[in-house]
Ligand binder design. Structure first.
Ligand code: EPZ
Length: 422
């Protein structure tokens, strides 16, 4: 019998004090597999202590790598020289959607990879046709074996013009191209901070990658990658979630260890709503002690407003003065959390890819269910705002991407705790 938990939140407590941002989930889920490309051991620091990283630890160990993982010190020392497999069992690859990065890393290093097609999730269909297009152009023959993607071939550089901006596709093909013979150009590339961080990590091993952070990335394949020690960047989505929670509770919070330039799309929207935001060096202060205005919010690829903060932001908008428009351009089903917020009194109308959220004077606590990672975080924020007690079921979704979110919030004064579900 698997233990079930819920997060029990008594709302209307303003968050006050100082907190910090953990290492980036989405960069770490690519940097850790990227070590498989290396000819020597590597040390990765500042890894978030989250379930998806624990799954990656188990997968690398299964592949034969020697992995010394200290989750408390957020450090993984990986020796990839003992890897003796290029197939990731379905049972593992289904535990974590981003297991697709193992395709690019294993194919890039060994000329072969077998990984289960990533599962979809509750924010919409998650195809990887662009990843596959890139692998084919680099010389990979794709064998689709009943749910397992099998790639095999001798890699040589090519020009890959993505049909849409894809973070995963950009990173995955960059991994495969790092050691491919000759030059590779990625056109229409994603520009997210974690794309830049993965390229910086590869270059710290001796790769030759230029243009990460722009829409054209140029990769000169290298025959050898040497060991390195690397610290991943902070998580801009966790930072944004904490900023939104501070505003949503009309609190005053100083967030340490973030990169304010990564937060500019959110900062601009919070300022537009009348929230006080002050960015300095590696910290951001967020304060709100009055009502906030409604806005029009459109998700776009970086540097636009990130889709991963659309859901947390929608919680804040349920109490804005006026009706907000939230347009979700990246995923085709990322409003499920709004159904749960309606149970708390939120006034929402969904029409296609737009959600119209009419601000209400207050939310009421209720039992709600998380159906995905960021939607779960949004429900926690709604619970922090609501009158009475909110119970968020399925918090394991939240644990996949946030390092003990309830601990950080309770240290800021929130009345939140994890309880076993009888
Ligand atoms: C990454 O997902 C993140 N996950 C997501 O974060 C994030 O929402 C997303 O990028 C956008 O920023 C990780 O980094 C592990 P995409 P990814 O490829 O790479 C379509 C979170 O909460 N598409 O940029 O899967 C796709 O369906 C997660 O941390 C294709 O059609 O996103 C989507 O509509 C959720 N074919 C759009 O492009 C492809 O081959 C953007 O997807 C690839 C993508």
């Amino acid at each position: 019998m698997v233990d079930c938990y819920k997060l029990s939140i008594r709302g209307e407590v303003p968050l006050h004090g100082e907190t910090f941002v953990s290492g980036g989930k989405n960069t770490s889920l690519a940097v850790v597999p990227a070590v498989l490309l290396c000819d020597e051991p590597c040390t990765i620091e500042n890894l978030p202590d989250i379930e998806d990283i624990h799954v990656l630890y188990r997968i690398l160990t299964h592949l034969g790598a020697k992995v010394d993982y200290n989750n408390k010190e957020r450090r993984m020392v990986i020796d990839p020289t003992t890897v003796d497999k290029t197939a990731v069992p379905f049972a593992y690859s289904q535990q974590m959607r981003a297991s697709y990065y193992l395709m690019g890393a294993l194919f890039g290093r060994y000329g072969e990879a077998q990984v289960g097609y990533p599962g979809g999730c509750d924010i919409g269909s998650r195809p990887i046709d662009q990843h596959i297009k890139g692998f084919r152009l680099l010389g990979g023959e794709i064998l689709d074996e009943s749910g397992m993607l099998h790639i095999k071939g001798t890699l040589s550089g090519s020009i890959v013009n993505f049909d849409m901006i894809t973070v995963g596709g950009t990173i995955n093909v960059m991994l495969a191209a790092a050691r491919a013979k000759g030059n590779t150009v990625l056109m229409h590339a994603a520009k997210e901070p974690h794309v830049v961080d993965v390229a910086s990590f590869l270059n710290s091993m001796g790769a030759n990658i230029k243009g990460a952070g722009t829409d054209t990335i140029r990769i000169k394949g290298v025959p050898h990658l040497h060991g390195t020690s690397y610290t991943v960047i902070p998580d801009q989505i966790e930072a944004g979630t904490l900023m939104i929670a501070a505003a949503a509770t009309r609190g005053d919070v100083l967030i340490h260890g973030c990169i304010p330039t990564h937060m500019e799309a959110l900062t601009a929207k919070l300022l537009e709503m009348g929230v006080f935001v002050n960015s300095q060096d590696d910290r951001i202060r967020v304060r709100l002690n009055k009502g906030h205005r409604s806005i029009r919010l459109t998700t776009q690829e970086y540097p636009g407003f990130p889709t991963d903060l659309q859901q947390p932001m929608s919680a804040l908008l349920t109490r804005a003065g006026g009706t907000s428009e939230v347009i979700e351009n990246i995923f085709d089903n990322r409003f499920k959390h709004l159904d749960e917020m309606r149970r708390m009194g939120a006034q929402v109308i969904i029409s296609g890819k737009t959600a119209y959220i009419e601000g209400v004077p207050e939310l009421r606590g209720a039992p709600v269910t998380a159906t995905d990672l960021r939607g779960g975080a949004a429900l926690v924020i709604a619970g922090l705002m609501a009158k009475g007690v909110t119970e968020v079921y399925n918090p394991d979704f939240i644990d996949r991407g946030y390092e003990r979110l309830e601990d950080k919030l309770s240290r800021l004064g929130a009345d939140i705790r994890r309880e076993r579900v009888e």
